[in-house]
Design a protein around this ligand. Structure first.
Ligand code: YSA
Length: 351
């Protein structure tokens, strides 16, 4: 290794430069230091020139190290100048001319994303009904996303959930990991570890390999609800959903329950609210039906209860899973779901 340049020397120069720059206060001090380290005849350019005297094998490493150091110092000088721009560059006279009676400059503090806001509103609507909030993993096992929910391998209903699979094989040559397609896997995770009664709410992000349009995204939020106890009936599900809808949308919106199929409930329903845009007459947002579907729901299937060790002869329960962006669209009159994640500040700043 060369006498002229070695790693210790570069380290020492780095330490000195950082300490000197951080102690510098005035504009002159900073610009003198910049000349000392980065100027044409400064320390770093001199070291870069001395690379030619270093062993060929070490040259590349030293070149890289010195370039990193040079870039870091440039950034440090930049930061230092920006930190105290006013103090450094205004003369005392200029400072004394500042009008302190002018209103302060407004800081851009930002706001909650509309989805986060609505997740909170939804949770707030359920908390007085005794629900607790829990969260689960976004990368999920096939076992929880499908199998424990009465959706065995090769079951046709897996097609309902266009799945992103994680490209990782286990020892048996299977691909057991996926991006969760719904928040329902948390039903099984919660029941597996809790004795009834259970009353939980699970907000979280879900992912589907789906084409997007005005009411479909490929990633969106859901809030899952689950209540299991002795003697829970479909009337409890209806009452809970009505109470939620009244809190969120007011008492004027119409609610529709229709039979629907989900392998993890029996019976199953989908719940819709009359379209806020066309007032039920049919438009692009509601797909000309006059209704916007906000959740799937039903009575927890006895097979799901048994698979987590609950006795379906003793316990029954209801569950639901709602789409948060759809609720936000209804609540705030948003006509295209794609606005949520297109990062357009003109949209986001309205919340
Ligand atoms: C059903 C029964 C239960 O006991 C519990 C939960 C469920 C819901 C089930 N896990 C599920 O995901 N059903 S769903 O596919 O119909 O989606 C539920 C809600 O998510 C829909 O009502 C809709 O509001 C929303 N959603 C679905 N696909 C969407 C979407 N939102 C935006 N973009 C999409 N691509």
């Amino acid at each position: 290794m060369s006498e002229v340049l070695n790693i210790e020397k570069i380290g020492q120069i780095t330490d000195n430069a950082i300490s000197e720059i951080s102690k510098s206060v005035s504009k002159d001090e900073i610009s003198n230091l910049r000349v000392k380290y980065l100027g044409r005849k400064g320390i770093i350019p001199a070291l870069l020139r001395s690379i030619r005297d270093v062993d060929v094998v070490d040259r590349k490493i030293f070149g890289q190290e010195l370039n990193v150091l040079k870039n870091n110092l440039e950034e440090l000088f930049e930061e230092k100048i920006n930190q105290n721009k006013e103090d450094l560059y205004l003369s005392d006279k200029e400072k004394s001319l500042q009008d302190i009676s002018l209103p302060g400059r407004k800081k851009n503090v930002g706001t909650l994303h509309p989805t986060s806001r609505v997740v909170r509103e939804i949770c707030d609507a359920f908390l007085p009904m005794g629900f607790q909030v829990v969260e689960g993993p976004e990368i999920e096992l096939d076992k929880y996303n499908f199998e424990l929910l009465n959706i065995p391998k090769d079951h046709p209903s897996r097609d309902m959930f266009d799945t992103f699979w994680v490209d990782w094989k286990n020892d048996q040559g299977e691909y057991p990991l996926l991006m969760r397609t719904h928040t329902s896997p948390m039903q099984a995770r919660v029941m597996e570890t809790t004795e009834p009664p259970v009353r939980v709410l699970v907000p979280g992000k879900v992912f589907r390999y789906e084409a997007t349009d005005a009411s479909h995204e490929w990633h969106f939020f859901q809030v899952e609800g689950l209540a299991v106890d002795r003697g829970i009936t479909f009337a409890d599900l209806k009452g809970t959903v009505y109470e939620f809808a009244r809190t969120i949308f007011g008492s004027d919106r119409k609610i529709r329950f229709r039979c629907d199929y989900f392998p993890f409930v029996e019976p199953g329903v989908d719940v819709s609210i009359d379209c806020f845009i066309c007032e039920g007459n049919g438009c692009r947002v509601c797909g000309k039906t006059g209704w916007i579907e906000i959740m799937g729901a039903g009575m927890v299937h006895p097979k799901v209860l048994s698979s987590v060790g609950y006795d379906p002869e003793i316990y029954s329960g209801f569950a639901f899973g709602m789409g948060v962006e759809r609720i936000a669209m209804l609540k705030y009159g948003i006509e295209d779901i794609r606005l949520f994640y297109s990062n357009d500040l003109r949209f986001l700043k309205q919340f």
